[in-house]
Design a protein around this ligand. Structure first.
Ligand code: PEP
Ligand code: MG
Length: 323
């Protein structure tokens, strides 16, 4: 099987009936690029920038960040790179930020909430990203967006820094797509409104499942509730994809679910455009997708959406897709 997969490294990802999707890699540092390319990544669908800030005792400078972003953009040779702005807090701590201990860190001061509050940290990152943008195909993504106003404020700050840099004579890419992670149910439910203003969505199922099911992704005792194939999750995913398409935008997914072999047939059927996963899952996913017919997966997904339990959904997938 491994040798069969290896042949797919330089291939596009096309279903048996000719529908093309994009398979990207999730990375945490520029060092992960090699593995992504060796495993046939067509894009970086999620660059988790928080690792730049972790394991040290002070903020990375604008120049340090610029070098890392530039390395990733150049390394991908013009292929899309979705860089997620700082998603700290929750389970990820930064000792030098002195964040207060919280009862519910996953519901608290993290990600875009922290960035919109500590604006210097955010502006530094935005400037580094904009300066790097002329070195490749950069797309910027904001994490943990819960309201349209958060998106507008973050995008406004990006525009301000762009104006500042242009006045300083810095070259900036002409077109930089700006999108959001959809990982909070409020945003999935309101996706039609967001879709008018964002350039793309990337569904973060790792968080979206825990927030929808009210089951911590860190707690083994409630892990039975952590159900990617629950029809409620599938319906949210469908809302996001349909909302994007209605506005001519694209919808991706960068949570673990995007690389899951039971989920992939459903996601192809729902019309997901981009799948971003750990590099080592890409070739297996591509091999599976080449065997699927989009038209059949659409029927499967439609059935799954009207089911009541995970068990029914899994059985339906298994009866159509022989892994
Ligand atoms: C997610 O929530 O699905 C996601 C990709 O982000 P993280 O796992 O970094 O929270
Ligand atoms: Mg997340």
């Amino acid at each position: 099987q491994k040798s069969e997969w290896a042949k797919l490294v330089n291939e596009k990802t096309v279903t048996a009936d000719g529908h093309e999707v994009e398979l990207g890699a999730n990375i945490g540092t520029p060092k992960d690029l090699k593995g992504a390319l060796e495993n046939g990544a067509e894009a970086v669908g999620l660059y988790r920038t928080e690792f730049l800030y972790m394991g040290r005792d002070q903020m990375p400078t604008e120049d340090e960040q610029f070098e890392a972003y530039k390395a990733v953009l150049e390394g991908m040779e013009g292929k899309p790179v979705v860089v997620r702005t700082l998603d700290i807090g929750g389970d990820k701590e930064l000792p030098y930020l002195n964040l207060p201990k919280e009862m519910n860190p996953f519901l608290g001061y993290r990600a875009i909430r922290l960035c919109l509050d500590q604006k210097d940290i955010f502006r530094t990152q935005l400037r580094a990203l904009l300066r790097a943008s002329s070195h490749g195909n950069l797309k910027i993504m904001f994490p943990m967006i819960a309201t349209l106003n958060e998106f507008r404020e973050a995008k406004g700050m990006l525009e301000e820094e762009k104006t500042n840099l242009l006045a300083e004579g810095v070259t900036i890419a002409e077109k930089i797509e700006v999108g959001i992670m959809v990982e909070i149910p409020s945003t999935a439910v309101l996706a039609d409104q967001f879709a008018k203003e964002v350039d793309f969505f990337s569904i973060g199922t790792n968080d979206m499942i825990q927030y929808t099911m009210a089951a911590s992704r860190m707690n083994e005792q409630v892990s039975y509730l952590y159900q990617p194939y629950n029809p409620s999750i599938l319906r949210l995913v469908k809302m996001v994809i349909d909302a994007a398409h209605a506005e001519g935008k694209w919808a991706g997914m960068c949570g673990e679910m995007a690389g899951d072999e039971t989920a992939i047939p459903l996601l192809v059927g729902l019309g997901l455009d981009e799948f971003s996963m750990s590099a080592t899952s890409i070739l297996r996913a591509r091999s599976l997708m080449k065997k699927l017919k989009k038209s059949e997966m659409e029927e499967l997904a439609a059935k799954a959406l009207s089911m009541g339990t995970v068990e029914e959904v899994v059985e339906a997938v298994n009866s159509v897709v022989k892994l």
